[in-house]
Design a protein around this ligand. Structure first.
Ligand SMILES: [Zn+2]
Length: 321
């Protein structure tokens, strides 16, 4: 089959690769659409020690099984026996594995394999490019859902820091869950105007008012955005930290202490969050989801370069094999 293969730092080659061989009940899936994730970019730059070349990256995929069923793929694999899995917190399983982390190849390819229980059937009439957004959207869904679980304010005034796919997913999830006052901050002017037009969000270049948001979602995760989150949150408010920008400081822990701020790190999604997100895509609760840009898989390397250069207005590029 043809695949976009990561062959070394900053190198992606569209070329012939071994066909995947399904084993142990795995389904063989013909990939229709696959999104580029921040973690794919991280690996492409050679910064992920778990992902060594040659490797097919990509884990945000929708495709068709051999019996003709369109599915969206939950790429997180757990065996279900751990204490965390039994509590429905699969994302915390220490032995979890992931599509595109060896030995599992990813889905920047014509075909991929995944076990049946990770496949969610897509109803007829749902665009595969939208179904492929289940994985990235589930991350934001999970963060907002947890933030609402721990917060005491029913309809929290919400700030999402960052207008990338995770930030957009968080804002859309917040709206789907009934939150009515949502602001997104995004410094990239190109993306700012794109989000205002396509999603109708209140998008600002930077924080407008400190001490005024009940729920703050840091979908970037750098020192500067943690500082913004620390300033933005109200007494008794909640900060959900979902961005993986870097491990540097930025938190005002003294302010958190004096104002009883809840700070929660959040990673990926539970299996239930993934199913709920897919259902919300299918029934339209997450909006039109027309903020993606499609490009051919064969031209995937250029897409990575353009994202890195900040030249892409759409929060997500979806590749078409
Ligand atoms: Zn992803």
């Amino acid at each position: 089959m043809k695949a976009l293969v990561y062959t070394g730092p900053e190198q992606l080659e569209y070329k012939e690769f071994d066909d995947p061989s399904p084993h142990d009940g795995d389904a063989l899936i013909t990939i229709e659409r696959v999104g580029i994730c921040g973690s794919d970019m991280h690996a492409y730059l050679g910064h992920d020690p778990r992902r060594n070349p040659p490797l097919i990256l990509g884990h945000e995929a929708c495709g068709v099984t051999q019996d003709g069923q369109r599915v969206t793929i939950n790429p997180m694999v757990v065996d279900g026996t751990s204490r965390e899995c039994k509590a429905g917190r699969e994302n915390l399983d220490r032995n979890r594995s992931m599509m595109s982390i060896p030995p599992r190849q990813g889905s920047f390819a014509e075909q991929a394999t995944m076990r049946g229980e990770n496949l969610i059937p897509v109803p007829d009439g749902v665009d595969p490019a939208k179904a492929a957004l289940a994985e990235p959207l589930a991350c934001g869904w999970h963060a907002v859902r947890m933030g609402l679980d721990v917060g005491w304010i029913k309809n929290p005034k919400t700030l999402v820091i960052g207008g990338g796919p995770i930030g957009v997913g968080s804002a859309l999830s917040a709206a789907a869950m009934g939150i009515t006052d949502i602001t997104v901050t995004e410094p990239n002017a190109l993306r700012q105007s794109y989000l205002t037009k396509t999603c109708g969000f209140n998008v600002l270049a930077e924080l407008d008012a400190p001490d005024s948001y009940d729920l703050v979602i840091d979908a970037v995760g750098y020192t500067a955005t943690r500082e913004t989150a620390s300033q933005a949150v109200v007494p008794g408010g909640v900060i959900m930290h979902i961005g993986l920008g870097g491990g540097e400081p930025g938190l005002d822990v003294r302010r958190f202490t004096l104002h009883e701020v809840t700070f929660i790190g959040t990673y990926a999604y539970t299996y239930q969050d993934f199913r709920d997100t897919a259902a919300a895509i299918f029934d339209g609760s997450l909006g039109a989801l027309d903020w993606t840009e499609e490009r051919p898989l064969s031209d995937g390397h250029r897409a990575f370069e353009d994202i890195r250069a900040g030249k892409v207005a759409a929060p997500k590029i979806v590749l078409v094999p």
